[in-house]
Design a protein around this ligand. Structure first.
Ligand code: SF4
Length: 406
């Protein structure tokens, strides 16, 4: 399989979506989100702007907007595009794209910030994993590659999503850094490569760069994600990972996590909804569970009182076994060491005592069962036992076991 940043991201976001998208490829009618559609139309308009600039043709803003609208009208197919945020219309999104292009145009005209080397440029990226002697192939698409000076290149990416990333996120972003690895190999004489994001929704340009070490670490990280994917493929294990992004997932109609919700969400008739077999099962289950809880809430206090009475009877009469008609109860008394409560001075002393005596490996979970077992089986030295006894309280607990025989 040839990997790409978006394939790896899809796997990290939801393995099931990765499976549908790149392995099973189910024959379903997929819908593109209006956000993604608007983004691709904006990309087309910017591609035209910079392609024409290579021929020394500077389009006016109106020409770019006209081109954007022409692409929009030609490509828009309402059967294939979904508006998830239903309070906004197709026109709202179309206007947003126009605004993004207008802001971008006004900010950068006359577009003399560098010379364009590539647009929507496909680049091959190869990683060799020495451990497994495997060569992994990736591919990427750079929105725009710009030569600023003879030894200085910028990798540009246009983002049309509503929320820009912050600097910390960009300094860890994998996509453009991955492209930098390929560009360094393609242009070995270049000394400086900048990663540039254009967050068009807020008319913001942000930058970052990567050191050699960071790129080496990224390569290791990418190889490890690819290995995770290859492992999932061998095991055929691609679990669902539901999130807010499911609303925008092209596979939500068939995904086991969302398909039923999708199937029933358009049923407006309440009776029809309640009679849908899945809905009926859920409602019946909910009803019985709530009835069970009510019964348990009633019985539990009675059972506790009964247990107290049984224990008292066994203590008063010095009995470990109490018989009924054809069954019996065993009443066992255990003596345990109660640990001091968390965040108390005694607890801190106990922890220090255990550490000072090199017993932390065995007792770090501070389980009263394990400490009781160690005390009862004389595992501790007498000196340690004397010290620890000062911090522990002995307490008796009773347990009741039902026996089906007398
Ligand atoms: S609907 Fe959600 S859980 Fe299902 S495949 Fe898509 S992203 Fe994953």
């Amino acid at each position: 399989m040839i990997y790409s940043h978006s394939r790896l991201e899809t796997f990290k976001t939801c393995p099931k979506k990765f499976y549908y998208n790149y392995i099973e490829k189910p024959d379903i009618e997929k819908k593109n989100s209006i956000e993604a559609f608007m983004g691709s139309m904006v990309h087309l308009a910017l591609e035209k702007l910079y392609t024409d600039l290579k021929f020394l043709k500077i389009n006016s803003l109106d020409q770019i907007i006209d081109y954007y609208l022409e692409c929009w009208n030609k490509e828009y197919d309402e059967k294939k595009i979904e508006i998830v945020r239903t309070s906004y219309s197709k026109d709202n999104y179309m206007e947003m794209g126009k605004q993004y292009l207008t802001d971008y145009y006004n900010r950068y005209k006359p577009f003399d910030q560098g010379k364009t080397i590539g647009l929507e440029m496909q680049i091959p990226i190869r990683f060799y994993d020495e451990d497994t002697d495997t060569l992994y192939n990736l591919t990427g698409y750079i929105d725009r590659l710009t030569l600023v000076s003879e030894d200085h290149i910028e990798i540009h990416d246009y983002k049309t999503n509503k929320n820009p990333k912050n600097q910390l996120e960009l300094d860890c972003d994998k996509q453009l850094a991955l492209y930098q690895i390929a560009i360094e190999k393609m242009y070995p004489d270049v000394k400086k490569i900048d990663l540039v994001w254009h967050f068009l929704s807020v008319d913001l340009e942000m930058r970052s760069s990567r050191s050699k070490d960071q790129l080496e670490n990224l390569e290791k990280e990418i190889i490890s994600i690819i290995k995770e994917i290859e492992h999932a493929r061998r095991k055929d294990y691609f679990p669902t990972n539901p999130s807010a992004l499911c609303d925008w997932c092209e596979f939500k109609m068939i995904c086991p996590m969302t398909a039923h919700n999708q199937k029933t969400k358009n049923i407006t008739d309440e009776n029809e909804y309640l009679n849908e077999p899945g809905v009926k099962l859920v409602e019946e289950y909910k009803k019985l569970n709530s009835e069970k809880k009510k019964v348990l809430d009633e019985i539990d206090p009675k059972l506790e009182k009964l247990k107290e009475a049984i224990i008292k009877y066994s203590i008063d009469n010095n009995l470990e076994k109490i018989v009924g008609l054809d069954s019996s109860l065993l009443v066992k008394c255990y003596e345990n060491y109660k640990l001091p409560g968390k965040d108390t001075k005694e607890r801190e002393l106990l922890e220090n005592l255990i550490k000072d005596n090199n017993l932390w490996i065995d007792l770090s979970d501070l389980s009263y069962i394990k400490i009781t077992e160690f005390v009862n089986n004389s595992v501790f030295s007498e000196e340690f036992l004397n010290k620890i006894s000062l911090l522990l309280n002995k307490e008796k607990t009773h347990r009741i076991y039902q026996n089906s025989k007398k």
